[in-house]
Design a protein around this ligand. Sequence first.
Ligand code: PHB
Length: 391
Amino acid sequence: MRRRTFLGAAGAAAVALALSGAALAQEAVKIGLILPMTGPFASTGRQIEAAAKLYMQQQGDTVAGRKIQLILKDDTGVADVTKRLAQELIVNDKIAVMAGFGLTPLALAPAPLATQAKVPQVVMAAATATITEASPFIVRTSFTLPQATVPMAEWAAENGIKKVVTLVSDYGPGIDAEKAFTGAFTAKGGQVENLRVPLANPDFSPFLQKVADAKPDALFVFVPSGIGAQFMKQFVERGLDKSGIKLIGPGDVTDDDILNGMGDVALGAITTQHYSAAHDSPENKAFVEAFKKANPNMRPNFMAVGGYDGMHLIYEGLKKTGGQGGQALIDAMKGMSWTSPRGPVSIDPQTRDIIQNIYVRKVERRDGELYNVEFATIPNVKDPVKAAKFN
Ligand code: PHB
């Protein structure tokens, strides 16, 4: 009886030990993906979710012997909700890394939590230059507005454009775009007038009337991804498509998600950006084809590529740390380089921002569909705002 009890206890202890060992080895590495899946910026959430899932489907859900679990949360585009969800994911789900962040305020809200909890925060969408300075645990796979915009100013100045009106959404990335364009364009002798339109429910018509009256050579526009179609509709309604005023800007306004639905009004728009679904490389052809196969009726846009590359950065970082998160993971991500569907990219170890090519593109019809067709490349562009601070 005593012998049996003893063996039983030892056996139970051994089983418990084996179980906890197995449980440890198998404990999933959790990624909290926080995105606007509803509300006016839901297209960003949809694009990034689709791209992240595609990456996992292609690369498998095991990294460094650990299962990867993606936990998707909808912040509805409200910063307080993003922050609460990040808190819950960190405390209750014990995530190793948080990712997504569809707009600047949504990326800034959880930054103090990333710092406190030492949880890397991979910004896949938001693009105000200063975001990476909000926490040493933030790393970004999207872009910054100044990075995409300075090449636009230089192209405009070199191509006979002398007078420009800028029209931007009145918040972080819009103000970044306005400042970057105005600074670089006036430095080359150009003349600029600045207009700002509210971010929420924008009515562009009074601003477009001012543009029509000012008769500039070009109208420079920044609106966040998903809003371009609304802008184009009012551009036509005000007759600006027939005014001879050229449409230019960073590529958010002719976003691949909605470009094909804009119609001929978009033809000829010149934009500068890091990604076009028409980018001519084997990596991009494979990406676009797989994305469309997995998501019929969708074309990947620059948000999708930010999500896809963000997952790549997380996977490669976890491979280096053997599945560990925290400081080790953010350190592993610094300096990483790879070939993205957008072209060659790397993570600046100093700023944790992405260094990438910026392409000059023109909207053209190809095989019956509208695309941003790249015709010039500015290689390895850093965010100019932070480059100026560090050099
Ligand atoms: C941002 O809020 O940072 C943002 C959102 C959409 C864009 C660009 C920037 O297309």
